[in-house]
Design a protein around this ligand. Sequence first.
Ligand code: ARG
Length: 509
Amino acid sequence: MSEEPTTDAAADGGQQDGGQTVVRRDRFSGGPARGFLSSMDADDRIFEADLAVDRSHAVMLAEQGIVPEDDIGAILVALDDVEEAGFDALPAGEDVHEAIESAVIERVGPAGGKMHTARSRNDEVATCIRYRLREDLLDAVEAVNLLRETLLAVADEHTETVMPGYTHLQPAQPTTVAHYLCSYEGQLSRDAARLLDAYARTNESPLGAAAFAGTPFDVDRERTAELLGFDGVVENSMDASSARDFLYEGVAALAGVATTLSGLAEDLVVFSNKGLVELDDDYASTSSIMPQKKNPDTMELVRSVAGDAAGGLQGLLTTLKGLPRAYNRDLQNATTHAWETVDAVVEATEVAAGAVGTAHWPEEALADAAGEGFSTATGVADLLAMHGVPFRTAHEVVAQAAKAAERTSGETASDAGEADYEALDAAAREHLGESLDEAVGEDAVKAALDPAHSVAMRDSRGGPAPEAAEATLASATEDLEHDRTLVGDARDALAAAEDELAAEVADYV
Ligand code: ARG
């Protein structure tokens, strides 16, 4: 790529480039590194944001008497036209900011160059990223909320569906499908809160910071912040144009969501393998050679997005690490990590919601599996402890019985119920000096050995007993409603600002 010839047009702010007017090309045309310098490939994402930033800045310049109203009117008309023509029609430029400015100058003439008075691309791009990212963060919260709603709806149907609960992937204690699903809903509610926290700190305006050092013009930073729907301004101008902590906060929150999803996805892969859940055909895939296969591919891909998100966070932090103040061009490459991460995580969250909402939980297979591996043993130990046996002694009784009955995994409760009782009774006689019947009553022990009864006994707050699960469902539903209100309020505020900006612009065009 050869360096472009300069022309006279450069003298008044523009220059011809293959028939198109461009700005700032008199000396630094980019030459062979032009493509390398350019962020145009990624900037489509902030095209609308940049137009909004340009409009609010222009309105403020007119209101403050910094640029005459006539010029601002012409600039605002041009911006409408640029928007109409679309991103792909933009003239060449190092980035979308430069390209839009060129497009405005093309339409308005040299006075179009007044749009860039009292600002820099540094505060401009920081404002655009925040403007766009806040929408993306709200999309992410909505996707998470959809998954929460789905988990709660399915849980509501399965408060009495007994299933095995695992620790170390070994059968541990019976629980219910509702209790299991609500465990992920709880984690996702905190993921949503983290995204909303990130939203609050993203939603502050850097505009008016200029390159980093402020500006001698009498800009009204609160006014542009208001017109763009920001909750306030980033105070220090060097902080405003260079800091990207809002990016890593958002990406970290997204990586948290992806990590939560990966656990849920892994469970569903394992449960599919054990025949404890069946994904709908829409969320499964088959083999190109083994036609009988139904594979949980969607869940495997959801699981993998945690890798993408962690990679995005790592890439972002590594890019930011050690950057000196103030603006450095590295920041241009930091941004793409955020876009890639938010896209991957939102898509995975929506797919997870679809898969959870359509999966089938086979109640019989779940109930059988719930008794595997002497999984009700802890309930028997609890029963002994309720009758005054020190828990540690009760633990020994049950451990000895489990060993004697060789019930570490595999068999179902119905296979082994009687044998389990016998083994427990023998252990009780040895450790307690009395029969199990004398210690707590045969019926009570046999009930405790039954998975459904075992679940019903565990009615502590947040536990799996159906009434405890109902309470969890009720409060989780309330929390979800609350979070949805927060998102709705945020969306409304952004829409109101958009309307206000459009109304102000209408006064000039
Ligand atoms: N496209 C750039 C970015 O994304 C903004 C340009 C600021 N450029 C500069 N040389 N100061 O960060």
